[in-house]
Design a protein around this ligand. Sequence first.
Ligand SMILES: NC(=O)c1ccc[n+]([C@@H]2O[C@H](COP(=O)([O-])OP(=O)(O)OC[C@H]3O[C@@H](n4cnc5c(N)ncnc54)[C@H](OP(=O)(O)O)[C@@H]3O)[C@@H](O)[C@H]2O)c1
Length: 418
Amino acid sequence: MSPNNKLTIGLFGYGVVGKGLYSVLHNTPTLTSTIKKICIKDISKKRDIDSSRFTTNAANLLQEDEINVIVEVIDDADAAFKIVKQALQNGKAVVSANKKMIAEHFEELLELQKKYNVPFLYEASCCASMPIIRNLEEYYDNDLLNSFRGIINGSTNYILSKMSTEKQDFKTALLNAQAAGFAESNPALDIEGYDAVNKLTILLAHSFGVVTKPSQILFTGIQNTSEVDTQYALEKELKIKLVGSIKKLQNGRLAAFVLPQFVNTNDDLFFVENEFNAAITESTFADKHFFKGKGAGAYPTASAVLSDIGALRYNYKYEYKKLYNNDAIELTNDYYLNVFISTNDISKIKKEEFEWIDAYQNTFSKCWLTGVIHAQKLITSNWWKQQGVSLILCEDAIVENVDYKKISKQSLALAGIT
Ligand SMILES: NC(=O)c1ccc[n+]([C@@H]2O[C@H](COP(=O)([O-])OP(=O)(O)OC[C@H]3O[C@@H](n4cnc5c(N)ncnc54)[C@H](OP(=O)(O)O)[C@@H]3O)[C@@H](O)[C@H]2O)c1
């Protein structure tokens, strides 16, 4: 495609993002592109544009020669993969916002792009309007980037914000997030951290060239965040955020996880509220960069899809430089984490799994401890994810210092726990 090429789009999905894109495209006259046909699931649904524009037959888009771009914004990851695969096989460029589908099929999608040599762009899949993929892909050289940390799920951030600033309870805040179009059709994807870990999987590939499955990454969401946690945060002038982190450790390997974390006012993430996403990158020479943008909603997401559509006119493709010039950087679970754990029943906490316990409270109304635990112990067990147990990372989450580890087990005895 050249800048003068006309883009003829086949659009899959006319929900929050699809409708947003339709509207945004009609208000962007500089982009010579038209939507030829829209494929949806339920033809009987009332739409705000002429019914002749819609079809439920995917082949009407995928087999149509005039259509040279497929935009996939549906909420069904399995169906989305079939659509994207067929489109790439048919030589059509593809733009998608479907992080679940991309994270789960990353390797197959890489193969398809190589084999059919067509662009597949998905900026909207990670932080909606905040252009993080293209920045990670183009700006940072692999050996310069040291860490990525970010709020990469708009609806959980919206819920945590409403709980902390407006004292809304969890359910009300979730309903408000859904009403505003920020939450996934299945809210468990957001709340339980699946959406964020899918995004972190994609970001790992573009930041450090690591291809893995979401199931290999330590994660949870905010489903168990309790009043004890918010009260603790308030008393210490902290906020709770769901944070995705990737960090190059001293041994050259990578730690990657998505977990709730306490942040203080020295942390740029402290001030990121509502549906905003944000990311902090740290690199050897540039030092720190801070990105912030709307991470959900019709127009912010459509704006990222639009940016990808625009980039197709210039033949833009992800080159996956860090992946293909691989310096064999590996993921590891061999590090320690500084955690706060609250519970409604102290027997649910496996205290013997801790290396070190710093503080401990067990009263009728409050039951929590802070301490250090090996990441592998969290990966291989589920006690800390069960109902009534809430794990939140402390501000300095990763413990690498060997001397600190030496102090270790004695503290359990001192705290009267073993
Ligand atoms: N909402 C956001 O803020 C946001 C942000 C970033 C990324 N995303 C991603 O964007 C995608 C769409 O999200 P959304 O919020 O727009 O979802 P949505 O409002 O639930 O809309 C989903 C659309 O997909 C259509 N659809 C479902 N299965 C289909 C199939 N097999 N074939 C054709 N159409 C099908 C539905 O058709 P009917 O209309 O007939 O039901 C509907 O129009 C998801 O992958 C989501 O993760 C969303």
